[in-house]
Design a protein around this ligand. Structure first.
Ligand SMILES: [Zn+2]
Length: 104
């Protein structure tokens, strides 16, 4: 039984290593797409309606454990009236390199 999705007041936590921020989430989504093709035949998805979504597994990115993830309360989730103390976790650089010899 996979761990449920976090809500606005909860978050995932790996009980094995304490990871709070990096997870591999496998989920299956059933959806309906409104595909609009132009006269040249090029499709474009203009609307997406999610019919159902199931989380199959949540795996810790650090220690690769899938069955030790639990839901915990977010810090300051209860009664956030004064003081917005949020600890940012630095920059996240994503390198996207696409190399492929001759496609099409
Ligand atoms: Zn972990």
């Amino acid at each position: 039984m996979p761990v449920p999705m976090p809500t606005t007041t909860t978050r995932w936590r790996c009980t094995q290593c304490g990871n709070l921020t990096r997870f591999d989430v496998t989920r299956s989504t059933r959806l309906t797409e409104y595909v609009h093709l132009d006269l040249g035949g090029e499709p474009r998805i203009e609307e997406t309606e999610v019919l159902s979504e199931t989380v199959e597994s949540v795996r810790c990115r650090w220690c690769n454990t899938a069955d030790r993830i639990e839901l915990v309360d977010r810090p300051g989730a209860a009664g956030t009236e004064d003081g917005t103390a949020a600890a940012g976790d630095g920059a996240d650089d994503s390198t996207d390199t696409e190399a492929g010899p001759g496609q099409g």
